[in-house]
Design a protein around this ligand. Structure first.
Ligand code: CO
Length: 507
């Protein structure tokens, strides 16, 4: 038995597609703010590709040399890549949150982070300090004429899309109150049945406790909140993302428990007090987008949230969802468990092989029988999905996702995978051994008709040159590799989420 384990370790080590030091290179702070036309380009930028890609993620992994405990605690930095007539411009700016400005002035950590960053001075300096730093680092959207940096535990920060100057917190005309959360994973309904077929932004917020309040927000194209409703569900919930259909919002409530005592006593961050409960099921919460809802699935006027159950597991991100006859279908990236962040550990030393990969599953939710069925769609380690923006909440055929280079096991994302859900065909392009992949974003070609006619845009950290590239893949000929690689003058720390708008923003 022991011999077998050793053998397996040897196999894994020899088959590794990456070098750990290379991967670590993408987790250095980027302190400088840049503004330049990109002139070091391999291949050609399509002249039809016009618009702006905004990305968000932790720009600082330390405050004046004091490391943050987890990248999720790093200050939000917006990167903007503007495509205009075959050229591309780069600009990055930190979101100047009140706390970012205070810490930069003080030259030291002044706030505890949710994921374990502590103020210097040990637990005594941190006990009973519940002030959270709004780090605005998770997503960035352009909606209703506003550019918003999102972080799921507080209000958004608004920035000027031309200069990336921070304008202040956004309250949507008083709809949000001071400190009220607005999630980091909005979904864009391309054609809302409640708004005469106009597009609509759907978002949520979570207020966890002994029971959890889920609030749904829907914004029209002018950025006005047109629907807001709150629902209480039993138990503590840690929910990062959700999915929508024309009629429903779908949440996966992962089986976790929260013990706040180490947080209260200054020994751990709040996020480090969440413990995965492998013996409990995942609860799937289905909330109608409007009340009372008369939909083909709603049995003539559903008035409350439905809760269904499925296997234990952990989901950060959903790909998409849609309604089909009596079912809601949801495609999600699932983990067998939630890796715990340990105090005293260093995230740069993470042992990828010791963790379970995220894998793509399809869930069939039957609202009549309350039965959930699931099947594995893709076993390769994958994360950060993207679909055609017109297919959000609708039956769809193609998805694009960051993936590991190797077909088995857990590893950093180094590749991109396109999956044809109809034929099962895969197309794959890998930047291994020295490239590391971020979230891909699908951008349709103007006036395109077929679902995969467009480009996939992504950032790839190239350890060989210690810089990041913007890669442009032709979504129809994905496996042929980038049609253009735009070499930036510097690296961009591994980021989280972003979005593309067809508006061209330059200073
Ligand atoms: Co996310």
């Amino acid at each position: 038995m022991q011999a077998f384990e050793v053998q397996e370790q040897d196999f894994t080590a020899s088959a590794k597609s990456y070098n750990h030091n290379d991967w670590q290179g993408g987790y250095k702070s980027l302190k400088q703010e840049f503004d330049y036309w990109i002139d070091d380009i391999q291949g050609q930028i399509p002249t039809e590709l016009n618009g702006t890609l905004f990305r968000n993620g932790p720009g600082l992994l330390d405050i004046n040399g004091q490391p943050v405990h987890h990248p999720f605690d790093g200050d939000g930095m917006i990167s903007r890549i503007t495509f205009s007539n075959g050229r591309a411009h780069f600009c990055n700016r930190f979101v100047r949150t009140a706390e970012y400005l205070q810490e930069q002035k003080a030259g030291k950590i002044l706030y505890r982070g949710v994921f374990g960053t502590q103020k210097p001075g040990g637990w005594l300096a941190n006990a009973f300090d519940f002030k959270l730093k709004n780090i605005a680092n998770t997503n960035v959207i352009y909606w209703g004429g506003k550019l918003l940096a999102l972080w799921e535990a507080a209000e958004p920060y608004r920035l000027d899309p031309h200069t990336l100057e921070t304008l202040g917190k956004e309250y949507f005309n008083g709809v949000l109150s001071e400190g009220e959360a607005f999630g980091a994973h909005p979904r864009f309904d391309p054609s809302s049945r409640f708004d005469n077929g106009e597009p609509c932004l759907v978002n949520f917020s979570i207020k966890p406790g002994l029971s959890t309040t889920i609030t749904i927000f829907e914004l029209d194209t002018t950025g006005k909140v047109v629907r807001k409703h709150a629902h209480s569900v039993p138990g503590f919930a840690f929910i990062h993302d959700f999915a929508i259909t024309p009629n429903y919002c779908i949440f996966f409530q992962n089986p976790v428990a929260f013990n706040p005592i180490p947080f209260v006593l200054g020994m751990r961050g709040a996020g480090e007090c969440i413990k995965f409960q492998p013996d409990r099921p995942t609860q799937i919460i289905i909330i109608p987008r409007r009340f009372p809802l008369k939909s083909p699935l709603g049995r003539g006027g559903q008035r409350r949230a439905e809760i269904l159950e499925t296997h234990s597991g952990f989901v950060f991100h959903h790909v998409n969802a849609f309604e089909q006859s009596k079912e809601i279908i949801v495609d999600s990236i699932c983990y067998e468990s939630l890796p715990e962040v340990e105090p005293g550990s260093d995230f740069r030393q993470v042992d990828f092989e010791a963790l379970k990969p995220g894998q793509l599953w399809r869930f069939h939710l039957n609202l009549h029988t309350k039965i959930v069925q699931r099947k594995l769609l893709e076993s390769r380690c994958c994360e950060f999905p993207s679909v055609h923006p017109q297919k959000v909440g609708r039956p769809y055929r193609y998805l694009y996702i960051g993936a590991a280079h190797a077909p088995r096991g857990n590893a950093p994302l180094q590749a991109f995978l396109k999956i044809d859900l109809e034929s099962g065909e895969r197309q794959f392009w890998s930047a291994a051994p020295r490239g590391f992949a971020g979230e891909p974003v699908f951008v349709p070609r103007p006036n395109s008709e077929s679902e995969d006619d467009g480009w996939v845009l992504a950032l790839v950290y190239d350890a060989a040159c210690d810089r990041s590239d913007v890669v442009i893949l032709d979504a129809r000929n994905f496996h042929q590799g980038p049609i253009a690689r735009l070499h930036l003058k510097h690296h961009i720390p591994y980021g989280l989420h972003g979005n593309f708008t067809s508006e061209v923003f330059l200073a």
